[in-house]
Design a protein around this ligand. Structure first.
Ligand code: KIV
Length: 273
């Protein structure tokens, strides 16, 4: 008896993503960090779910992505994987869990895959983390790269402004994209770079390029779920399209609940035993 696939849904694989790029079908990706949200996002038909280290900001309230730990990422990823039937689940390896040396990188990637059941990992950087990327890939773990604005290096950049506007940085980014492709990465995220440069990268490499603040001429788009739902309203970059105002909806619902409790209107007779 086959135990490979228990549902009627066709799971998205790295091979399917590659085919989508070939036939110019755009790839959709969103973050999720918990079971309930992941179930909604997957049910709506998203292609990839990123258990991003943006959980550090969105879920834990930290200012940067640096404090989140490997154990915490595995906790979030495990909850997401439990809910997902179709999407490919990618998990960020957090800051400090792969940059030191390639053995540590491999150990972190294996822990994520083994303990959470996720399908791939994501790392930030190019040439400087090549050895770690190769080592993770050698264990059969799919790796997604991340170039441009890489939030784990925020203290090096000092700002969250658009990256690679200058020729030199743009040239390095193109080289890094090629290096990551040659290493065997299955896809790349490009964050907050000029649209023209992102288009060049998407044409240069044969692997899918997923943009966030990288314009329309890439192979797919990713957003942070809580930003596009209007939950984190203080974050309003130009690249963000807000698809709902969930914060206001929740505020109103909670206010109404409080009002009903105070007025002794909730629970009523029908809501009691
Ligand atoms: O952690 C994250 O959410 C990300 C996206 C911004 C791509 O890396």
């Amino acid at each position: 008896m086959s135990v490979h696939q228990s549902t009627h849904l066709k799971r998205i694989t790295t091979h399917i993503l590659q085919e989508m790029k070939k036939r110019k079908e755009k790839i959709s990706m969103l973050t999720a960090y918990d079971f309930s949200m992941a179930g909604i996002v997957d049910g709506a038909g998203i292609d990839m779910i990123l258990v991003g280290d943006s959980a550090s900001n969105v879920m834990a309230g930290h200012e940067t992505t640096l404090p989140i730990t490997l154990d915490q990422m595995i906790y979030h990823a495990t909850a997401v994987v439990r809910a997902v039937e179709r999407a490919l689940v990618v998990v960020d390896i957090p800051f400090g869990s792969y940059q030191g040396n390639s053995s540590e990188a491999l150990r972190s990637a294996i822990r994520i895959m083994k303990e959470s059941g996720a399908h791939a990992v994501k790392v930030e950087g190019g040439a400087e983390i090549k050895e770690s990327v190769v080592r993770i890939l050698s264990a059969g773990v799919p790796v997604m790269g991340h170039l441009g604005l890489t939030p784990q290096s925020i203290y090096k950049f000092g700002t969250y402004t658009v990256r690679a506007r200058e020729k030199e940085e743009a040239g390095k980014l193109l080289e890094d994209a090629k290096i990551l492709e040659e290493c065997g990465c299955f896809a790349l995220v490009l964050e907050k770079i000029p649209a023209k440069l992102a288009k060049k990268v998407a044409e240069l490499v044969t692997i899918p390029v997923i943009g966030i603040g990288a314009g329309p001429d890439v192979d797919g788009q990713v957003l942070v779920l809580h930003d596009m739902l209007g939950i984190t309203q203080e974050f309003q970059p130009r690249f963000l399209r807000q698809y709902a105002d969930i914060r206001s909806t929740m505020h109103e619902a909670v206010s109404n609940y409080i009002k009903d409790v105070k007025a002794k209107d909730f629970p009523n007779e029908k809501e009691s035993y």
